[in-house]
Design a protein around this ligand. Sequence first.
Ligand code: DQA
Length: 145
Amino acid sequence: RRVLVLNGPNLGRLGSRQPTIYGSTTHAELVSLCEQAGRELGLDVQVRQSDSEADLLHWLHEAADEQLPVVLNAGAFTHTSVALRDAAAARTAPLVEVHISNVHAREPFRHHSYLSAVASGVIVGLGIEGYVLALSWISSVGRDR
Ligand code: DQA
């Protein structure tokens, strides 16, 4: 089963970007980690990253059209984008919102997510392991949601 892992703005810079907050794993390594988890879970995982809101919207439309589960780290768009929320709300397959850092322990503007209310669930603050946990949930419980 195909699953989309969608990463938003600045996440392509993982590894060099504020490593004390986001860790030293690069985006390329995150891609390998997700693909490996997918192989173990029997999922065809496709990882995509864009700094453009439009790309993320189009990928969410694709997920809605093809009923694909989604793991979404929308980066800062989490806290700003009604458009991404609307696209996420229009799907039927599971969507797990992931944040590498514990956004609730950071600045107040990171405490609100436009996405959480329309997500199946949220994983926050568990580092890049959050992506693996989200894929694991999708492969088991999330299959029928
Ligand atoms: C993030 C948290 C956001 O607040 C931030 O803008 C990001 C990354 C995370 O994964 O911790 O870009 O989504």
